[in-house]
Design a protein around this ligand. Structure first.
Ligand code: F6R
Length: 242
C-alpha cells in the first residue's frame, strides 16, 4: 500500500483526480471503477473542470460503479445511478451507454450480479478503481465479515451504514437495507486501486485498514494484499496512524 497524506480534502480530491486524468490520457479507452458517497464529489468536480478545459476526454472511457441500493430504480434521487448522472456523467463527454451501475431494479438480482461480473470481464477488467471507506471499514457495500474473495452479490447493509446514509433520505422516505455490490475479490482484481478518505471520523477505519491485521472484520484491510493500492488521505483521517 502506498499511503499519501495531504493537508485537506481539496488536496486529496485533486491528487485522486490526477491519477484518473493520467490513466485516461495514457489509455483513452480506460475502464474505470467509480464510487458514490460524499468523498468523491470533489474529485468528480475536478474531473468535470478538466474535461471542460479539454485536459481529459471520457469519450472512449467505460465505467463500472461499485454498488447500488437494491429496490431503487435509476430515476430515484437516492439511487447511485442518479447520483452518478448528477455528479459526473451529465457534465462530461462520457457515452452514458458505456457507464455501468449495478441494477437496483433487477427482476432477478442474483442473475444481475453474475451479469455485472461478466460485463467487467468482457470490458477487459478495471484499470483504476476509486474507493471510499465506511467508518466500519467497508469498501463498496462489503460490510465487516464480508468474504475477502467475494464477488458481486446482494449484501445486507449493517445498522451503522444505514445510520450513516440516513442523512441522504427524508425522514419519511423508504431507505433500502439491501444492496448489490462488487465483492472484495472483484475490487482486488482491479489493476490499480485508489482509496480516498478525509476527516477525523475516518481515522479509526484508516488505522485498522493500514496497521491492523488483514481481516474480514475490516474489509478494507484486504487492500494490504493489493500490489498497486494508493491510499490518499488528509491529516485528520491519518491522525491515528503510528
Ligand atoms: C459508495 C461506497 C461506500 C462509500 C463509503 C464512504 O459507492 O462504495 O463504500 O465509499 O460508505 O462514504 P462517504 O464518502 O460518504 O463517507
Amino acid at each position: 500500500m502506498q499511503i499519501v497524506i495531504l493537508k485537506d480534502a481539496a488536496e486529496v480530491a485533486h491528487y485522486g483526480a490526477q491519477i484518473f486524468v493520467d490513466q485516461i490520457n495514457k489509455k483513452a479507452d480506460s475502464v474505470i471503477g467509480l464510487a458514490t458517497g460524499s468523498t468523491p464529489v470533489a474529485l468528480y468536480q475536478d474531473l468535470i473542470a478538466r474535461n471542460a478545459a479539454k485536459e481529459v476526454s471520457f469519450a472512449a472511457v467505460t465505467s463500472f460503479n461499485l454498488d447500488e441500493y437494491l429496490g431503487l430504480t435509476g430515476e430515484h434521487p437516492q439511487s447511485y445511478r442518479y447520483f452518478m448522472n448528477e455528479q459526473l456523467f451529465n457534465h462530461v463527454d462520457i457515452d452514458k451507454s458505456n457507464t455501468h451501475v449495478p441494477p437496483g431494479d433487477a427482476k432477478n438480482p442474483l442473475t444481475a450480479c453474475k451479469e455485472y461480473e461478466a460485463k467487467i470481464e468482457a470490458a477487459g477488467g478495471i484499470d483504476v478503481q476509486l474507493l471510499g471507506i465506511g467508518r466500519n471499514g467497508h469498501i463498496g457495500f462489503n460490510e465487516p465479515s464480508s468474504g475477502l474473495t467475494s464477488r458481486t452479490r446482494v449484501k445486507t447493509l449493517t445498522k451503522a451504514t444505514i445510520e450513516d446514509n440516513a442523512r441522504f433520505f427524508a425522514a419519511d422516505e423508504y431507505q433500502p437495507h439491501l444492496s448489490i455490490t462488487m465483492g472484495i475479490g472483484t475490487i482486488l482484481d482491479s489493476r490499480k486501486v485508489v482509496l480516498l478518505a478525509t476527516g477525523a471520523n475516518k481515522a479509526d477505519a484508516i488505522q485498522a485498514m493500514v496497521e491492523g491485521p488483514l481481516t474480514a472484520a475490516c474489509p478494507a484491510s484486504a487492500l494490504q494484499m493489493h500490489r498497486n493500492a494508493v491510499i490518499v488521505i488528509d491529516d485528520a483521517a491519518a491522525s491515528k496512524l503510528a
